[in-house]
Ligand binder design. Structure first.
Ligand code: NAD
Ligand code: ZN
Length: 359
């Protein structure tokens, strides 16, 4: 079976395009109970962007601090209940922030029309009803969350996305001016998430001409940004990173991620380590699986004087390592892609534990 996916319905790209948000959402304001919900990264509270939000008196604005933890099922359920109890079904949800806010906005747009806890819907095509109009305005580029058909949530049992056609944004606003303030270390980790998406998408059985074309272009942009003679956090590179993130996301959508993401999910679920950072921690030690990708990654790490900690595993208990290995092992689709349909004959829990012990 070939993947048949719905893409983002509308995309605006360009410096200053955030100013068009008000007119973009205006035609949707009469839907449902006639108010918009803005879900904005707390970083922007009190910043210039707060004054530029196209908010009407009937709208609700939530500033959310994404730093304590990655989005959880409990957090989404509470937010959804609060929104519905206040003014009923909104006309739309507008998420403005990094990958975490993109995922929160997607989930809330689905959960306002689907009853019960979001834990019921973690998986592929479990959502029963279409959600409401939702817009993504990324302020960090790299995760590809702005384009992906999944919204990743950490629940009591698993870290897994709500994945279906209705998850995909109706509208995305790509304004590279918004990513200028991303701290340098995070700019690196999140860009490496894009780069790793491409390497993993390319190296596995689901790679194909369509996913390859996106990965190739996205990797070219990553090389300009992180290795080129004009590398660094410049306006021109921010334009490129925003496009690279989108294309990396498209590449993995039509192919799959692989071993680094399987390991990274274990680190996030059990240790609470952030997605992009844990990818870097893991990828650094996966040269046997991705030799060229890891070699180039190390060049980028060196060029930008990024310090990635080593020897972390000596502080982890055996129980933690086993728990992480089990989280990874459950990500069947990733191992399938990277190793083959018979991956369970080639990779054991003990092998995965051994990978964690390298970190
Ligand atoms: P993030 O959303 O976790 O934010 C990281 C930090 O950057 C936060 O402190 C935030 O306040 C701050 N920030 C946001 N925008 C900023 C700006 N313009 N300037 C300065 N600071 C800013 O970061 P992320 O790495 O983009 O996202 C990680 C999340 O994305 C994880 O929760 C992960 O699970 C999710 N993810 C989702 C997908 C998907 O396909 N849905 C893919 C990969 C990752
Ligand atoms: Zn990723």
């Amino acid at each position: 079976m070939h993947k048949n996916f719905k893409g983002i319905e509308k995309t605006v790209f360009g410096r200053g395009s955030f100013s068009q948000l008000g007119e973009i959402i205006a035609p949707h304001r009469s839907e449902n109970n006639g108010y918009m919900v803005f879900i904005v990264d707390n970083y922007f509270k009190g910043k210039e962007l707060e004054g530029r939000l196209p908010v009407q008196p009937e709208d609700t604005v939530y500033f959310i601090d994404v730093d304590p933890h990655e989005p959880t099922t409990e957090q989404i359920d509470i937010l959804r209940d609060e929104i519905l109890a206040s003014k009923g079904l909104p006309s739309g949800i507008i998420g403005i922030g990094g990958g975490a806010i993109m995922d929160i906005a997607k989930c809330v747009s689905l959960m306002v029309t689907n009853e019960g806890s979001s834990t019921l819907y973690q998986g592929l095509n479990l959502i029963k009803k279409p959600g409401i109009y939702h817009v993504g305005v990324p302020t960090i580029s790299g995760t590809g969350a702005e384009v992906s058909m999944t919204a990743v949530l950490t629940g009591p049992e698993k870290k897994l996305g709500l994945k279906c056609e209705w998850t995909v944004f109706n509208q995305v606003v790509l304004d590279p001016e918004l990513i200028a303030t991303v701290p340098r270390d995070w700019w690196f980790y999140v860009g490496m998430d894009t780069y790793i998406h491409c390497i993993e998408s390319e190296n596995g059985q689901f790679n194909n001409a369509y996913s390859h074309a996106y990965a190739e272009q996205s990797m070219k942009l990553c090389r300009d940004i992180y290795l080129g003679e004009n590398s660094g956090q410049t306006a021109e590179n921010d334009d490129k990173l925003m496009v690279a993130s989108l294309m990396g996301g498209l590449s993995l959508t039509y192919s799959e991620v692989g071993i680094c993401h399987a390991i990274s999910y274990g680190l996030s679920k059990i240790l609470g380590m952030r997605h992009c950072y844990s990818n870097c921690i893991a990828f650094n030690h996966l040269a046997d699986y991705y030799p060229e990708g890891v070699a180039e990654f190390k060049q980028m790490v060196a060029q930008h004087n990024i310090t990635l900690p080593q020897g972390l595993s000596k502080d982890w208990t055996d129980e933690q390592i086993t728990a992480m290995a089990h989280v990874s092992y459950k990500l069947d689709h990733m191992w399938n892609h990277a190793v083959g349909y018979d991956w369970q004959e080639k990779v054991t829990i003990a092998d995965i534990e051994a990978i964690f012990r390298r970190l």
